[in-house]
Design a binder for this molecule. Sequence first.
Ligand code: ADP
Ligand code: ZN
Length: 670
Amino acid sequence: MDNNRRRRRLSLSWIYFIVAAILIGVWLFNTGPQPYEQIYDRDFNDLVANKEIDYIEYVERDKKIDVYIKQDVLADKPEYEKFRETNSKGPHFYWKIADFSVVNENLNQLRSRLVEAELAKDTTLVPTEVEEEYSFTTKVDNSRSWGGELLWLVFPLLLIVMFIMSMRAMPGAGGGGVFNIGKSKAQLFDSKNPQGISFKDVAGMESAKYEVEEIVDFLKNPKKYTELGGKIPKGALLVGPPGTGKTLLAKAVAGEAQVPFFSLSGSDFVEMFVGVGASRVRDLFKTAKSKAPCIIFIDEIDAIGRARGRNSISGANDERESTLNQLLTEMDGFSTNTGVIILAATNRADVLDRALLRAGRFDRQIYIDLPNLNERKGIFEVHVRNLKLGKDVDLDFFAKQTPGFSGADIANVCNEAALIAARNAKKSIDKEDFLAAVDRIVGGLEKRSHIISPEEKKVIAFHEAGHASASWLLEHASPLVKVTIVPRGKSLGAAWYLPEERSITTFEQLYDEMTATLAGRAAEEVIFGKISTGALSDLEKVTKQAYSMVVYYGLNKNIGNISYYDSTGQQEYQFSKPFSEKTAENIDKEIHDLIEGAYERAKNILSENKDKLTQLANILLEKELIFAENLEEIFGKRDFGHAEEQPAVEEKETPAAEESPEASQSSDSQ
Ligand code: ADP
Ligand code: ZN
């Protein structure tokens, strides 16, 4: 809901509130004119006898007679002074009666008696005139109750209306209002609302596609499986980093199978009201079953699926737990062959509650990694389909330039390139537009206005040259693609490396990487004899790496082949460490020694190559950007006796599992 609408709704409910307040006020303080006094039959008879009545009105619903006194009597008679100011118009008195026809009858009799008596006293009077003096009009109000009773009706109604309005104005309620709050917020895509995504829109992830193809097949011809007594998994979990196309894949499954697709996010279940999440789950499954065969896709399932009962003290998670329990119940509740298949996505399978992963639930997990070189090319191909490309566009080259990019990043690059070309009023999108887009997405917008003194620039240049030189000279460090000292976003300089494809990493590799990471600061010390704050992110990275080497991977001799890693992730909030105080001290010492050792090593390497380092830094100062070729010119070919020689720009597949995409780009911020 956009802001404007919300504001309008809010002010609307304010209006309702004010109206209600006024009505309540009227109702409380205005129970008719004041003073307004009750009289009884004798008083009424007196009024008639004294000819004081202007007219009377029988109010049927209240069974009373309102009496209106003549204005001249009101003005003359001292007892009526009380009426003059506040209630001159009347009614002035009311008389509760049982039966109006009886009263009317009695009134007529009373009148004729009074007329007779007066005529008897004074024979000169004209009978009709006397009659006239005693008579007055009698009105009858037989309208239904629309006075005080009306308010009894309107008031609760108003309260309900106000409640609904405020519900609607509340973010997250989705405009469904209070009556729909327990309904699921799933978006439905079916034949009426098709999205037309099929496997050809999903590039790469061949193994994931292969796995879900079975699901497609089941949805298309369930008989084939059920006749053999086979069971199709009720749910599959898509696990992978953000933007790798999990949602896209789920949509493609629905598109291929031509079945309805319910899409929602785990956080949609979570509402501030108790019980809402569970009732939404119930509603979702009810709707889905009525549309079977179909697919339910729950994005970010970790929002509800986190392991239960970890911080039971707070009790704040009760709602989430009951939502999760409901989800588990529903998944157990429908039989395998209902035709409802649940796909869920998360980037953190490790935090999910074990119960979710048990057989009969999400027992199938499909891993989706960041795309490798070929896959990236494929993703580029998908996303340039509708773009007008220049002749020099080479998707192979772009794929090489984008290590560590996710599918979403690449989609972004293509769109950004089109925007850049349009801004420059071009007829087609050229290579340079794509490169500019890549740069923009890698490091945020170029900020040449960011002011750096020449002194600072020199320090940054040597720092980055230090990284570049060390990683070039160390056998196992990732080779460099390019280094810049143009500030981007928050970072002052940045280096891009090509991480090698590897699923296990040796101590040597990690140690070389650590050395190269520390070489920035080492260069500062070797050249200027002092160090700066510019190495913060380097130090952070190295510290984490050293910690995991010692504590998780058992790569330290003194600590030994021990891992304190907890793959279940269930102990995240434990207060006590799984090792003794003494071990903790040892760990600290080993981490310290490891890092200091690597730092000394970096300093030695750079001291030995001081000339070359300076040469490189000077090129960097001049051009602000250096490539692998520059390094090759200075240091010579990178040859450690490997069989095949890899020119640096050749990308080598996906980063290893433990390496986050940032690992391939190190930026130095201050
Ligand atoms: P996730 O759900 O994993 O966070 P999405 O499925 O939302 O990622 O992906 C976001 C966008 O990125 C998609 O809409 C698509 O444009 C693009 N994308 C991601 N992976 C691929 C891929 N393998 N092929 C084509 N496009 C992709
Ligand atoms: Zn650095």
